[in-house]
Design a protein around this ligand. Structure first.
Ligand code: ATP
Length: 615
């Protein structure tokens, strides 16, 4: 197996040819340069030619120089099969590589530094580095076969070099972007990242608008049975967690109300004067309701009413209304009503009936807290939650830095979310945008890290995108998104061209730690999402279940004449938990006949249905 550098070379890029070896994209090669010693390069394009498709027919890489030097090196261009790779040097050479230099595959130790960063114990094992099988053969045994891969319908142990993301390096490169279109493997990727974070017991918080981040069921097919029941806790907003109204700052309250629907300026200033220190939900909402009633009635009618006879409670109410009207007469009624309905909407969601203590507790214990809720409520709540825990961490850390007796300990943590473009959108406001931008810019100092996943990197706020040091990029088809990705990462033009065709689960990792883009395949997750049932299977299962139920319910009535359906249908419905009418019952029984479970015979009194096995 002979491989050589051919054609015109530069210090950054060369072509390598071989008669008998097909090059694999992203594999690493050693170029044995006579003067500069061994150089490491990565295959970025691979082509193969034979005499039936002569080299001279259009392709970017076989320019005249390549052809010329192939001839010099003894290749017979019209007869041999020739494989040619475009190779980018990973470490730049000082001057162009010598044409004709021998090329070989590296032993693992020669490229270890390019493939593994940090120590294994601190790494998040995301999967394998693509096309490193031959190099991996010379790897120490305890790095071999570390994770399960799923490809081509088969599950197997990896034969490639494992890919670790060094958790320790987050201090330097704190934030991660996960990009990829629908079905590209982004959710699987996020799941794997979160599983790895849980393995390290690193406190984390995940916003889960899709209700899919469940880690208690292990993959059935996997050999490595592993669940994370004790490593994560799931909270539904309004059900398990919420905000304590009493502890809300004015700013928090404004953020919450505006997340329901943007506030007008008049509303914001009304809140400034209407919200009082020590307000509970009840005292604040009562004030709003009474004021709005008072504004509607007007001073004159309130005075008149007070002159009439009234129940003491009614009187008290009217006195209070008069007082409020005096105090807040300049606030327009629509503003008060606008605030009141926003507040009611928050209250109806259950938001004010709970607090965030359980989330903090889970994080203090090094667990992953999964926060679920509809996206609007998630926005509202996470604004409050993120600000609260970030502040807690910042206060603790600042106190420590100043050498002051520090307050309560709160650990470093990771915040992860899918649909990140909803939480920090470009060009428009969202409740969460402020806090996410702040963490993107300042979080590093406090050990607060972001993992932001989105299908649409183009819609993510630029300030935030610019702070995402590490990017994991799955299949992306949309040209505008490929454009954004190309601008924001060190992804090579050849790789950008491959983005629309990446198989699900393959990704490019662009990270300053590696100094280049690494092509990986994400491992098979240990756990599965509750959504993985195929809708077709769901329908089939449901159908079988309801058929079985109907069969059980009809049994006592068999044999049954079509004419007797009217009498039996009610009881059958009760037993089968169904809602048949005479007509639909007949159709359902006919289906059972088709499936061979019942038989139908014509008789002078109409059709008779009977159990199939009797005949
Ligand atoms: N690492 C992987 N290994 C094996 N198969 C994978 C991997 N990642 C994804 N797949 C396959 O691709 C399918 C789609 O992946 P996934 O659900 O992660 O896509 P997605 O990008 O999150 O899409 P969406 O945004 O629509 O949810 C999976 O159901 C699985 O069959």
């Amino acid at each position: 197996m002979q491989m050589q550098v051919v054609g015109l070379t530069t210090p950054q890029e060369v072509y390598v040819a071989s008669k008998d070896r097909k090059f694999r994209i992203n594999e690493l090669l050693v170029l044995e340069d006579l003067y500069q010693g061994n150089l490491i390069g990565e295959v970025v394009e691979s082509n193969s030619y034979n005499r039936f498709i002569p080299l001279s027919i259009g392709s970017s890489i076989h320019d005249a120089d390549v052809l010329e030097s192939l001839k010099h090196l003894g290749y017979s261009i019209s007869e041999d099969e020739i494989n040619i790779a475009k190779v980018k040097l990973i470490t730049e050479a000082s001057f162009p590589v010598v044409t004709g230099s021998s090329v070989r595959l590296p032993a693992f130790d020669e490229v270890r530094g390019h493939l593994l960063k940090g120590v294994r114990e601190d790494g998040l094992l995301l999967g394998e580095i693509k096309n490193t099988e031959e190099t991996a053969a010379t790897m120490e045994d305890d790095l071999k076969g570390l994770c399960e891969m799923f490809s081509g319908g088969k599950l197997y142990k990896t034969k490639n070099v494992p890919f670790f993301l060094d958790l320790r390096s987050f201090q330097q490169y704190p934030h991660i972007g996960v990009f990829g279109g629908s079905g590209s493997g982004k959710s699987f990727g996020l799941r794997v990242i979160m599983e790895e974070i849980m393995k390290h017991g690193f406190p984390a918080l995940m916003l889960d608008p899709h209700y899919e981040m469940e880690f208690s069921e292990s993959q059935e097919s996997s050999e490595e049975k592993r669940d994370f029941k004790d490593n994560f806790r799931k909270f539904q907003i309004g059900e398990h967690i919420g905000v304590e109204f009493l502890n809300l700052s004015r700013g928090d309250l404004l953020a919450l109300l505006s997340a329901v629907s943007p506030l007008t300026e008049a509303m914001s200033s009304a809140i400034e004067s209407l919200h009082l220190r020590g307000d509970t939900y009840l005292s604040f909402s009562n004030r709003l309701e009474l004021l709005s009633e008072a504004l509607e009635m007007g001073r004159l009618r309130i005075e008149q009413a007070l002159k009439q006879d009234m129940e003491p409670m009614e009187r008290e109410k009217h006195v209070k209304m008069r007082q409020l009207l005096e105090e807040y007469q300049n606030i327009p009624l629509p503003s008060v009503q606008g605030i009141a309905w926003r507040l009611r909407r928050l209250h109806n969601s259950g938001l004010f009936s709970h607090d965030i203590k359980p989330v903090k507790e889970a994080m203090m214990q090094g667990k992953l807290a999964v926060i679920q809720g509809p996206i609007w409520l998630l926005q509202v709540f996470s604004t409050y939650l993120l600000s609260n825990i970030y502040r807690k961490r910042r206060d603790y850390k600042d106190g420590e830095l100043k050498g002051e007796a520090s307050g309560d300990y709160f650990p470093p943590f990771i915040i992860a979310t899918d649909e990140a473009h909803n939480f920090a959108p470009k060009g428009r406001d969202a409740a969460t945008k402020g806090i996410i931008t702040e963490i993107a810019q300042e979080g590093r100092k406090y050990g607060v890290f972001l993992i932001l996943a989105t299908q649409r990197p183009t819609l993510l706020d630029e300030t935030v995108t610019a702070q995402l040091n590490t990017k994991i990029i799955f299949r992306t088809v949309r040209a505008s998104d490929i454009g954004t990705i190309s601008e924001e990462t060190d992804i090579k033009a050849e790789e950008a061209r491959r983005l629309p065709y990446l198989p699900s689960g393959d990704a490019f990792v662009s990270s300053p730690l590696f100094g280049r883009t690494v092509a990986i395949r994400v491992r098979f997750p240990h756990t599965r999402s509750p959504h993985t049932q195929n809708p077709l299977d769901e329908i089939q299962l449901h159908r079988e279940n309801s058929e079985d139920k109907l069969l059980e319910a009809i049994k006592p009535h068999l044999p049954i004449y079509a004419a007797s359906f009217a009498r039996a249908v009610e009881e059958i419905n009760r037993q089968a938990g169904a809602n048949y009418e005479v007509r639909t019952l007949k159709a359902a029984l006919d289906t059972l006949v088709e499936n061979g479970k019942l038989t139908r015979k014509a008789s002078p009194l109409g059709d008779i249905y009977q159990m199939a096995d009797i005949y």
